[in-house]
Design a protein around this ligand. Structure first.
Ligand code: HEC
Length: 285
């Protein structure tokens, strides 16, 4: 256990699972508007921004079969297996670049529709979600939808999302809980916006740079679990909680394979202070 992680002493056995709860709303919009065909493996959709006029419901851009994915230009990524035992050993994953797939599937969208999206949500059939800033697609084209591991089919009913965590030094300085982003059996990829899904977390007063930085980090890392803005506003404002957060203490967050991911290992001091500034500003609005 990390020495800075004193909170774990009080919370022994209280381990958070990465298999977080997510809202049902988008399951419903997917079912109502874009029920995938029984045979479809992976559905790609787009949610128009709210307030744009016209329908804001999910539009299905296409469904891709596993065989079609396998036939696309493949790329490889050597990475520690996020779904394996704790091990530094790397394996070769082979599959399709997330960014190139999305680029291909979003061709029908206008440039302005495309630029209205800043969030990519990947989900499995149990509604576990992985939230990626859309900017990651261009920045990290080696983010992979993997079909094979070590030369063998992984045999899932959808590809696996693998990030270049150990091979790309830039992504490690993103101040994100990267290890919790890997996802198995991806069934749907939805292009949307933080504003549309998590607008209730936006600060009204948008002038304090630290709080704004904290808002961005909160959207990227925290809302996936703390889905209820009212609760986030009212429950986590005790001064001692904020002090702990500022020190990087948080109940243990676990990745897909039950490895602990400490805030200390992922957020630098400036980011931790920003998260606290954001919470302070959010509770007062
Ligand atoms: C994997 C899910 C998960 C993620 C990701 C997550 N949290 Fe939490 N967080 C929890 C759970 C569960 C608790 C336990 C308390 C509760 O929900 O009632 C908690 C508790 C907290 C607390 C109160 C801690 C205390 O001392 O009691 C704060 C503050 C907090 N989270 C902030 C954050 C921030 C900021 C982020 C993003 C950087 C974040 N959380 C990301 C699940 C998560």
């Amino acid at each position: 256990m990390h020495p800075n992680f004193s909170i774990s002493a009080n919370l022994e056995g209280f381990l958070l699972s990465f298999r977080r709860k997510v809202g049902l709303s988008c399951l419903f919009c997917a079912l109502l508007t874009g029920a995938p065909k029984a045979s479809a493996a992976l559905q790609i959709g787009w949610e128009p921004p709210s307030g744009a006029g016209g329908s804001t419901e999910l539009q299905v851009l296409g469904s891709v079969q596993m065989a079609d994915l396998a036939a696309k230009k493949s790329r490889t990524l050597r990475e520690a297996d996020p779904f394996g035992k704790i091990s530094e050993e790397k394996v070769t994953f082979q599959g399709v670049g997330l960014s190139s797939l999305i680029e291909e599937m979003t061709k029908p969208l206008s440039a302005s529709d495309r630029s209205s999206t800043d969030l990519v949500v990947l989900s499995d059939k149990n509604k576990n979600e992985s939230l990626l800033p859309k900017a990651f697609l261009v920045k990290y084209p080696d983010i992979l939808l993997a079909l094979k591991k070590g030369g063998h089919d992984m045999g899932g009913d959808g590809p696996e999302l693998i990030l270049p965590i150990s091979t790309n030094t830039k992504i490690r300085s993103e101040n994100m809980l990267l290890e919790t982003l890997a996802l198995r059996n991806v069934k749907a990829i939805t292009l949307t916006s933080y504003e549309k899904r998590y607008g209730a977390f936006f600060l009204k007063r948008r002038t304090d740079p630290a709080a704004m930085r904290g808002e961005k980090l909160t959207l990227q890392n925290c809302v996936v679990c703390h889905i209820n803005p009212k609760e986030y506003k009212n429950k986590f404002v005790a001064p001692e909680m904020l002090l702990k957060l500022g020190r990087g203490e948080h109940p243990t967050v676990k990745d897909y394979s039950d490895h602990a991911v400490t805030f200390r290992s992922r957020f630098d001091d400036k980011s931790l202070r920003s998260l606290v500034s954001y919470l302070g500003a959010f509770k007062n609005q």
